[in-house]
Design a protein around this ligand. Structure first.
Ligand SMILES: Cc1cc2nc3c(=O)[nH]c(=O)nc-3n(C[C@H](O)[C@H](O)[C@H](O)COP(=O)(O)OP(=O)(O)OC[C@H]3O[C@@H](n4cnc5c(N)ncnc54)[C@H](O)[C@@H]3O)c2cc1C
Length: 386
């Protein structure tokens, strides 16, 4: 099996297939694992954690949990004066691990353990070709090729595999821009910050319709990653300021991308007007300027069923969604689990492989596009998504 993309979805799938004794090779565009910043926090609950547990070797899953934080399992929405508008406890079925806040680079570093030379770097997929014997050949920008029974596009929101397989599939601008960064919790910083930030796994402070919002998610490690032989990182709060594109103070995304971190910070502080609660300004005063970068949020349009074959898609490559429900990575990891289950026991004919892919794709389209729609609806209500 060939997987294009070593993100959270592709790496989970590689572990899942490997555990079933299926030969797998991952081809990643980046030149090496640390070539690109991987962002900050990612929250996994259901269905991410159950499927991560299914696919990963038990010691790696335990390492993921022990190096994550487990803040109170509730999501809060407040207005700019910090009155609570909604306070939702995350559902926690018995026997299921509760939501965890992971540091994304740490999670990815753990997922790469055990895959060794099965991950090939500097391999940007550019084309693929169906062969007469039912197999598929992937082509990479540097001239490499790889052939297998199935090519899985796990190559994210700008997926090259999706463009080849489903050229009409649309990914739309969700009409939201974010300035994303971290508040490091060094020394006495935590004690000086408002306690409500630590009462929820994620808090949204909303300015109201058409107005900016602030998102805050603490990541406090139960065990520091460096104590487990992983890259060092200290506790922090992931902190983002977002606004709908219609906001008059927001430049175009190209202009946003050209801003220095200091200019991004100034812009975000201007967006949070003086009438926002003083706690908000107190928090933003601790924002690490060098950590800031801009983001444009995309969302996939539903795709009608297509004829299954030796190429399929998982994760953002097929169902990118806005992050308001924190379900994108959860769903990418669920895809990896679902596809692993479908493929288990089908190592025979091309027909049985096609049946397995058909089963996965039918289920995935149902659950994933309903979450994309829920994310869009919540995004429209809370943060001015289109
Ligand atoms: C601000 C923000 C916060 C979020 N928070 C959460 C959260 O808390 N919980 C949650 O569940 N989701 C969250 N998400 C969504 C989540 O980040 C994504 O849904 C998830 O990363 C998708 O994983 P993936 O493996 O499908 O794609 P990606 O993580 O994008 O990985 C794709 C990989 O493919 C590689 N690649 C790209 N093109 C090629 C190519 N042509 N050939 C080979 N390799 C290629 C890329 O380099 C990358 O490594 C958030 C998103 C944002 C923007």
């Amino acid at each position: 099996m060939i997987i294009a993309g070593a993100g959270l979805g592709g790496l989970t799938l590689a572990h899942g297939l490997r555990a079933q004794g299926i030969d797998v090779a991952v081809y990643e565009r980046d030149a090496h694992p640390g070539a690109r910043p991987q962002g900050y926090r990612v929250q996994l609950d259901e269905p991410g954690l159950t499927n991560l547990q299914y696919c990963l070797p038990a010691p790696l899953f335990e390492l993921c949990l022990s190096t994550a934080g487990a803040p109170p399992a509730r999501v809060s929405v407040r207005n700019r004066h910090l009155d609570i508008l909604a306070d939702k406890a995350a559902a926690q079925p018995p026997g299921v691990v509760g939501p965890h806040a992971f540091n994304r680079p740490t999670l990815r570093q753990i997922m790469l353990l055990g895959l060794g030379d099965q991950v090939h770097y500097g391999a940007q997929l550019t084309d693929c070709q169906h062969n007469a014997d039912g197999t598929v050949t992937a082509r990479f920008a540097d001239g490499r090729t790889a052939s297998g029974d199935l090519l899985v596009g796990a190559d994210g929101v700008n997926s090259a595999v999706r463009r080849l397989l489903l050229p009409d599939a649309q990914v739309e601008d969700a009409g939201l821009r974010l300035v994303y960064g971290r508040i490091p919790l060094r020394g006495s910083t935590r004690a000086g910050l408002p306690g409500w930030v630590f009462d929820s796994i994620f808090t949204v402070v909303t300015g109201g319709p058409g107005q900016p919002h602030l998102g805050l998610g603490p990541v406090e490690f139960r065990r520091r990653p460096d104590q487990c032989g992983l890259a060092p990182v200290g506790d922090y709060i992931a902190c983002m300021v977002g606004a709908p594109v219609s906001h008059p103070a927001l430049p175009t995304f190209e202009e946003l991308r050209a801003l220095t971190p200091a200019a991004l910070r100034d812009l975000a502080l201007r967006l949070m007007g003086e009438d926002w609660h003083e706690d908000v300004h107190r928090l933003l005063a601790h924002w690490d300027t060098d950590s800031l970068f801009p983001l444009r949020i995309s969302t996939a349009a539903p795709v009608p069923p297509w004829e299954p074959g030796p190429v399929t898609l998982i994760g953002d490559a097929i169902h990118a969604m806005s992050p308001v429900l924190a379900m994108g990575a959860n769903t990418a990891i669920r895809d990896a689990g679902e596809l692993t289950r479908s493929l288990t026991g089908t190592r025979g004919t091309a027909e049985s492989l096609t049946q397995a892919v058909r089963g996965y794709e039918n289920r995935m389209r149902d659950y994933a596009f309903s979450i994309v729609a829920d994310s869009r609806q919540t995004g429209q209500q809370r943060v001015g998504q289109r």
